[in-house]
Write a protein that binds this ligand. Sequence first.
Ligand code: CS2
Ligand code: MG
Length: 408
Amino acid sequence: MKITGGKVFVGGPGRNYVTLKLMTDEGVYGLGDATLNNRETLPAQYLSDYLLPALEGMDPRNSEDIWQFLYRGAYFRRGPIAMAAFGAIDMALWDIKGKLANMPVYQLLGGRSRQGAMAYAHATGADLEELCDQVAGYVAQGYKAVRVQCGIPGMPSASYAVPETKGDNRHYMTDFSGVRPKVETWDSGRYLRYMPDALAELRARFGPELHLLHDVHHRLTPREAAGFAKAVEPADLFWLEDPTPAEDQDALRLIRHHATTPIAIGEVFNSLWDCNRLIEDELIDFIRVAVTYAGGITPVRRIVDLAGMHHVRTGFHGAPSHSPISMAAQAHLNVWAPNFGIQEYLVLGTPACDALFPSDHRMEDGMIHVSEAPGLGVHFDEREAERYDWVPGSHPVVRLEDGTMWNY
Ligand code: CS2
Ligand code: MG
């Protein structure tokens, strides 16, 4: 059996999804997602110019050897652009493998460890009242877990994933008016003084059972993060996400030393080497890698296994930038992983998205139920894809009030 080539599509409803269709000489094809948020054309180019021509003639069943070929053969290792391109190829090879075996991918990983996988939705608000309304809405839909992001009084501009004004739902990261990013202004002091009380108020209003998650989005220094994680202990969060930039894996020791609030990190990582110390030294409670950015099912399965040896559970990234293909790949990992934690889930199921990526993966009562179809269980409608093209966009950048560049 041989790979005969592939096609790369960029575009989608409200998103620049990067979809790979990998073809073989036996007619079976595989789908992969190479969507690297705000830099979509780059993994697409990497696939078309370099990787797909190099894969022609290889046996698609040898997914491990092909992954090693991609990783070791690149010479210059890692990085989100390369790993997103590798990830799409790896997902497509697992899709082909499942179709050949006539099994859903989770069966090839080791079968079911659970029926449904708990998901969390994103609630946000320009102020606490609007946030509480959104949380109540998700609870009414059956969600057991909700991420909460709130406007901060006095903050010079809307902070991460928060609308500028009440009722404005254009808070999601990417602005498609061009690649020149908008500038957000951030003040950690206002955030640190306001957010602990806001989270305590949410806990008081919604009771002890609802899982509350909060994303700091890399905005604090390690010391600030340690104090904040301590201050929010009474809110009993399911997790506090990205409290401080984690290139400095040691910085997380300070947080661990001062607070028991569960920590989740990893969405910006693209390799086990970005997080091995965080896992081995048990500095985090959830690993947030995404199957696209971390190079596919093959390497992510290794990260899950290492995490499982150190009481670290999964909490795969699932922002709107992920297409239903990588969300399906993660659905298979979620139902298999013995140390599954939770899955981030932004409603992908708009009619336009479903038309482009038909599948029978389903969300019910806050739980994701994986498709039993062979492979990843997602299709791709190429006719529908003709409606879309790449739209230049970017998420904001962040500066402090004195103009200092800060972390988005
Ligand atoms: C966020 C991401 O979902 C999350 O946890 O951190 O949506 C992040 O803001 C985007 O992926 C950035 O492009
Ligand atoms: Mg995040």
